[in-house]
Design a protein around this ligand. Structure first.
Ligand SMILES: CC(C)(COP(=O)(O)OP(=O)(O)OC[C@H]1O[C@@H](n2cnc3c(N)ncnc32)[C@H](O)[C@@H]1OP(=O)(O)O)[C@@H](O)C(=O)NCCC(=O)NCCS
Length: 188
């Protein structure tokens, strides 16, 4: 079951729980200072990266007006997060427009395919549509999971371009324009 602090969300019913499948209510909420360390630890473990300056990066989202990070928590643990940031033209990649970009959604492997990333993305879209009429995101052209996740929420591909960030050497820029069916419609 997934609950959100602000607003309601629709999702498919949870699958049958088998032994070893994690249980608990998942809450989606803006990152709080108290969860920064847990989010950094989660990122380091799941993405297999060094923490680096992630703590400072995450904490800076809390106070910033043009950025926000949302976490998914179950049993008081961070089990996923996603970020959103207002970027200038060319900041996400050369040739990209200025606007609000979703980035860095990641979910604990044991919790995947249960709607957690969808809920994190809906929360971020509500936030974006409180500020602007369009949301963008860039993903590797080979990141099928991410492309499917965003397409299911209505994102449309705008263009592809060569990129050194992606293993496949190509990135996709996608956009969602606010409509009556979008999360957060009518909040501005
Ligand atoms: C991508 C990721 C965030 C998805 O998280 P999730 O909580 O499992 O996603 P959801 O359960 O909300 O899935 C929503 C839809 O996305 C698509 N999707 C999710 N994982 C998928 C996969 N492995 N393969 C294909 N499609 C996938 C499906 O359409 C899915 O709907 P369905 O389960 O009804 O078929 C997760 O796999 C992850 O953390 N991956 C590693 C980090 C990453 O690649 N992040 C994206 C960077 S832009």
């Amino acid at each position: 079951m997934i609950a959100q602090v602000a607003g309601t969300m629709t999702r498919r019913p949870p699958p049958e729980l088998a032994g070893g499948t994690p249980r608990g209510t998942v809450r989606i909420e803006p990152l709080k200072m108290a969860d920064v360390a847990s989010a950094v630890q989660f990122a380091a473990r799941v993405l297999r990266v060094k923490p680096g300056d992630r703590g400072e990066q995450f904490a800076s989202d809390i106070a910033a007006d043009s950025r926000q990070m949302f976490v998914a928590k179950a049993n008081s643990q961070v089990i996923g997060y996603g970020r959103v940031a207002g970027l200038e033209a060319d900041e996400a990649a050369p040739g990209t427009p200025a606007g609000y970009y979703l980035s860095g959604v990641v979910v604990e492997p044991a919790w995947r395919r249960r709607g957690v990333a969808t809920a994190l993305t809906q929360a971020r879209l509500r936030w974006v549509f409180g500020h602007a009429d369009e949301a963008f995101y860039v993903a590797g052209a080979d990141n099928t999971a991410s492309l499917h996740l965003h397409a299911a929420l209505g994102f449309k591909e705008m263009k592809r371009f060569r990129s050194e960030r992606s293993a496949g050497g190509e990135d996709v820029l996608s956009r969602l324009t606010r409509t009556a069916s979008c999360p957060g419609h009518g909040r501005r």
